[in-house]
Design a binder for this molecule. Structure first.
Ligand SMILES: Cc1cc2nc3c(=O)[nH]c(=O)nc-3n(C[C@H](O)[C@H](O)[C@H](O)COP(=O)(O)OP(=O)(O)OC[C@H]3O[C@@H](n4cnc5c(N)ncnc54)[C@H](O)[C@@H]3O)c2cc1C
Length: 465
């Protein structure tokens, strides 16, 4: 394939400020890698774009040579959507600048930045915007599909905090999208993923977030798991917006704060965060310890930027992954029964289940205000993740994830369709049910306007109407 576009590659190199990498180049194998080691694809060309103009050149080049396009930001999308075979990979990793205007409380974020870049730049000013829990995730994929994390209850999803964006369309046009400029497209990029073009810059609203937070990490045995989930349910029912909880099941990490005897022990975990110096955190720590003494715990103040990187190592690049998500309204006894049974059946010690709480600011955004593919009633997002050091263990836990997801389905909100950023299978019915028919139709009309040829189809694909 590269032979047929060989002459063109030179032209692309000349048109771009950033490097163009092809299979013969020393950095090719590193550049085509994505976070999930299961994915091994060989693009014909990698355009590592340094400017919006580079992105235009790459999109035009792909069109002229009829090349499939994949878009790479943090490369974390688990099905490996960031990389294609034979086609052109638009690698945005050099577009990682974050420029903060503390007075206006806005951040302009390059379309290839990582969450850690965003947190580092905004926290210098005691500000933040809601993003996910792992620092090496890309802002592009997370914000275009939703974006859930510690600050979502207080300030909404990442996409809810988008003020404007700059986007390169399939026709190679550079557009600004905001409430007052291309409003349909602005609506679509807040949840509709990478369907509508390549976002070269996001502008996010920022909020005051004290640079020091309180963390509680509590770990219980498998036997105490159901009681731990019920305790989490009670804590969550009354917690204010200054605290948050992520709860689930995993093996204890081999971290310095974990007694050696418990390294890798399977069990249940509750992470309790406290923001802006709230005394509620200490009260809840005491309540948790008293109600259900954990196997071990750690309670400590830490910088917000460290909290946002705390899980990075356990989710490092180079492991094999398969995942599915769903929403449940509550941690009901029925849900807890399913969890208690299913967590015993995983094979890989790295596989895990996490529940994120979504309510308050998340629920104050009207359903139709953004294209986000999930209803806004208070709920839990359940992430069932198979993570393994090798393919054999992954194969076993791929089955585990699917069985677990099916078992939760009768208790899930709607038909069980989960979070679009966690999809691994992309048939049209599944994508449609993730968005709901009405939103999907609106997205399809906008897709028809901006990408009628479906050039950007390596995503949770919206078919152009
Ligand atoms: C370890 C891990 C932790 C996670 N934690 C969370 C979490 O806490 N909260 C949460 O909400 N989600 C979380 N996720 C899911 C995450 O939202 C998705 O995997 C997301 O797609 C990752 O974005 P990325 O930029 O890293 O991925 P990439 O693979 O680079 O991109 C995924 C897709 O997004 C689109 N895209 C990316 N950037 C752009 C752009 N600039 N312009 C146009 N399209 C673009 C493209 O279609 C691309 O194929 C996590 C995933 C992993 C693997």
């Amino acid at each position: 394939m590269t032979q047929t576009i060989g002459g063109g590659i030179q032209a692309l190199r000349e048109a771009m400020a950033g490097p163009v990498i092809t299979p013969g180049d020393a950095e090719y194998d590193e550049a085509r890698k994505v976070w999930n080691a299961e994915i091994d694809r060989h693009p014909g060309v990698i355009a590592r774009c340094a400017t919006a103009g580079d992105v235009v050149a790459a999109v035009d080049f792909a069109r002229e040579h009829s090349l499939e396009i994949s878009i790479r930001c943090g490369a974390h999308q688990c099905a490996g959507l960031a990389v294609c075979d034979d086609g052109l990979m638009i690698d945005l990793s050099l577009l990682n600048q974050v420029v903060v205007d503390p007075d206006a409380r806005r951040a302009r974020v390059g379309g290839g930045a990582l969450l850690a870049d965003v947190d580092a730049a905004t926290q210098v000013h005691g500000l933040a915007t809601p993003v996910g829990l792992i620092g090496h995730t890309g802002i592009g994929g997370i914000a275009l599909g939703g974006g859930m994390g510690w600050l979502t209850r207080k300030f909404g999803l990442s996409c809810d905090n988008l003020e404007s964006a700059q986007i390169v369309t399939a026709a190679g046009r550079v557009l600004r999208v905001a409430e007052d400029e291309n409003p349909d497209l602005f609506w679509a990029v807040r949840g509709g993923g990478g369907n509508f073009g390549v976002v070269t810059e996001f502008e996010f609203r920022l909020h005051e977030v004290d640079p020091m937070v309180e963390l509680g990490f509590f770990f219980w045995s498998l036997e105490d798991g159901p009681a731990a989930l019920r305790l989490a349910r009670d804590v969550i029912a009354t917690m204010s917006l200054d605290v948050n909880v992520v709860v689930g099941s995993m093996n204890a990490p081999p971290a310095p704060f974990v007694p050696e005897a418990h390294h890798f022990t399977p069990g249940y975990v509750m992470l309790l965060t406290g923001f802006d110096g709230t005394p509620e955190h200490a009260r809840l720590v005491a309540r948790i310890r008293e109600s259900l003494p954990p196997l071990f715990d750690m309670v400590t103040p830490m910088p917000y930027v460290e909290l946002q990187k705390m899980l990075d190592e356990g989710n490092a690049w180079g492991f094999y992954c398969y995942e599915k998500a769903t929403y449940v309204e509550d941690l009901s006894d029925d849900v807890i029964d399913v969890v208690a049974e299913q967590v015993l059946r995983k094979s890989s010690p790295m596989s895990l289940l996490l529940f994120y709480r979504l309510d308050s600011a998340y629920s104050r955004v009207a359903e139709d205000d953004t294209a986000f593919g999930g209803a806004r009633s208070p709920r839990f997002a359940a992430f069932i993740v198979a993570l393994a050091p090798d393919r054999d263990l992954l194969a076993a836990d791929r089955v585990w994830v699917r069985t677990f997801w099916e078992a939760l389905r009768p208790h899930a909100v709607g038909d069980g369709s989960g979070y679009v950023n966690e999809l691994m299978e992309f048939d049209e019915d599944r994508v449609r049910s993730t968005y709901g028919a009405r939103k999907y139709e609106r997205l399809a009309r906008i897709k028809g306007e901006y990408d009628p040829g479906n050039r950007f189809h390596l995503n949770a694909n919206i078919k152009p109407a």
